[in-house]
Design a protein around this ligand. Sequence first.
Ligand code: NAP
Length: 187
Amino acid sequence: MNLIVAVTKDFAIGRDNNLLCHIPSDLAYFKKMTTGKVVIFGKNTYFSLPKQPLPNRTNIVLCSNPNFKADGAIVVHSLNELFGEIKKYDPQDVFVCGGASVYNKLMPYCDKAYVTMINNIVPADTYIKDLTKEHFYLLSETTPQTENGQEFCFQVYKNENIKVWNTHTEQLEFSSPTTKSLEHQKL
Ligand SMILES: NC(=O)c1ccc[n+]([C@@H]2O[C@H](COP(=O)([O-])OP(=O)(O)OC[C@H]3O[C@@H](n4cnc5c(N)ncnc54)[C@H](OP(=O)(O)O)[C@@H]3O)[C@@H](O)[C@H]2O)c1
């Protein structure tokens, strides 16, 4: 499982249940990375999408309300139900797509984080944890570019201590520290 997110330098991701910046290349990157794949959203983010469900993707929505329905999407009501559901798919094809509550809960279980890093700080009300303090290290980043006045680059982080969920005990099964990859040693 991977996560994909656009953050500012202080790991802010949203305000008033919306994105912070409009960066067309970021939206295109999100589409390219997730088309044909499985996308996981919290209920608030799902309702903020321009199209529900997002087309050409398997949409999974987390919501604790047992009566909640979302046409064309799979609704799960707990992390345990979510992990049971995503067992059906290749983990590389599953993308955690926010918002903050979902990123922060699922971050430890993600292998890679695809981050659009916006070189700015803007007013925000929603933040995720600093990935670099959560066992993620930088694998690669693109040359910065600017759109709509925002400088940004695309970064890929790797989790060196992925956790595994046990759906039988409904809790963390084990944590598997890995040696840092060759790519990391080259940085
Ligand atoms: N920059 C980016 O890349 C990016 C991407 C996505 C979202 N965002 C932003 O993030 C913000 C929204 O984040 P958010 O944290 O407020 O909301 P969210 O994570 O999208 O949704 C939160 C809701 O999801 C449900 N949920 C979460 N964990 C659950 C669990 N373990 N079991 C059952 N239900 C669960 C709950 O719904 P119930 O209360 O109904 O149970 C919870 O209230 C918006 O501003 C959005 O634009 C930014």
